[in-house]
Design a protein around this ligand. Sequence first.
Ligand SMILES: Cc1cc2nc3c(=O)[nH]c(=O)nc-3n(C[C@H](O)[C@H](O)[C@H](O)COP(=O)(O)OP(=O)(O)OC[C@H]3O[C@@H](n4cnc5c(N)ncnc54)[C@H](O)[C@@H]3O)c2cc1C
Length: 406
Amino acid sequence: MKARVVIIGAGITGALTAWRLARAGYAVTVLEARHVGAGSSSRTAAGIRQQFSTPETVLGMRYSVDFFRRFTQEVGGSDSPLVQSGYLFLLGDDAAVDAAAGRVRLQRSCGLDEVELLDARAAAGRFPWLDPDAIAGATWCPSDGFLRPELVYNEAIDAARRLGAELLQGAEVQEARHRGGRLVAVRAGDRWIGADVVVDATNAWSPRLARLLGGVELPILPLKRYLWFLDRGAQVSAELLASLPLIIAPGGAYCRPENAHSLLLGYAHDTPAEPDFRHEDQDRIDPQAFHRGAEDGLAVQAWLAMAEVVPALADLAGFRATTSGFYGTTPDHNPFLGYDPQVDNLVRLVGFSGHGAMFGPFSSAVGLALIEGGADLADLPVLDRAVSLLPFRLDRQFQHGEAMVI
Ligand SMILES: Cc1cc2nc3c(=O)[nH]c(=O)nc-3n(C[C@H](O)[C@H](O)[C@H](O)COP(=O)(O)OP(=O)(O)OC[C@H]3O[C@@H](n4cnc5c(N)ncnc54)[C@H](O)[C@@H]3O)c2cc1C
């Protein structure tokens, strides 16, 4: 038997990492404070795209899309978690179109051949529900889309358990023992669990977990994010709703179909960080964000922004629900994937900003490679390329931020 690995956190990151490590023969224990999927992984819009601005993330997300295509064969389950309905980034002015042209060149140089830059007329020709006068252009990638996140973490945890992994829920890690700069055990409740390697997969909770594990307190800001669900009603056809890809409006509002009767809507609004949020705060809906709140509240702002570019959405019947969770946002919007500089056997897979669901296959592959290859691992071979891990190092200077942020 290989080393004993304790994974802390059972969201998409922890579950996929558990499956990979159990399959590779490690003795895996997953410790989850509440229940599988209790964090952001069950509160996510779960968009998956390869349209990023840095080569490493374009390549990493090409790998993730490819992995999710094969998910049922690789991991298990009968239904694919991947819906490849495409991602349409709408561009508000000529400067945005120029910047997008550079990104599309970069994305194609990373093998994303299917991504396209469209002018406003071409975009409206392709997608007749768009108002061409409200945009200057768009980028479109048909192999992007969204995930059914519950299929990802539930199937991955089940597969890990079939391979011998132990899952403890209601098991919040509260204390740690060290020897010679290494973690030797962590305590959840009254149980101490011995470990050769510990993986931090707690994302927005990571800074406070690091304090008790003796790790570096990484700059990860928990930021509240909301999703709203709108009823289709009789004025908008089921065919129109079903035909919509994931659409991003110029100001940061976005939407996608949730099911035949409902549209999921989100918004990249400004909000103060909540470093000490409690688990319950994930469900707290502030009055300015509640769908039955003020007429100029965030939900209505996001709906209006989407209806400006897709006028038919103004005819939706109205709001049904609000849900919420936390981003774990980093200064450059890239995650931290690497060994902790203060604790030799602590691997951190955290700080996913708005893209941790789609990062899951890539970050868990990095986690396994780090445990197999050690702290000097410089890159990860994925598909036809080697992806440098430099942009994800814990000690980076945040000079090359990710520009495609929602
Ligand atoms: C509204 C919203 C929209 C989003 N949209 C997208 C999107 O379109 N695409 C995308 O890719 N991502 C999106 N994200 C981000 C994505 O959901 C997250 O980055 C991702 O789910 C993080 O997964 P994780 O497994 O790393 O962390 P989480 O799912 O948050 O899991 C961390 C787990 O750690 C547990 N934990 C914490 N502390 C401890 C402890 N001391 N002991 C034991 N367990 C502990 C928690 O209970 C939790 O279950 C969105 C997020 C939100 C909130």
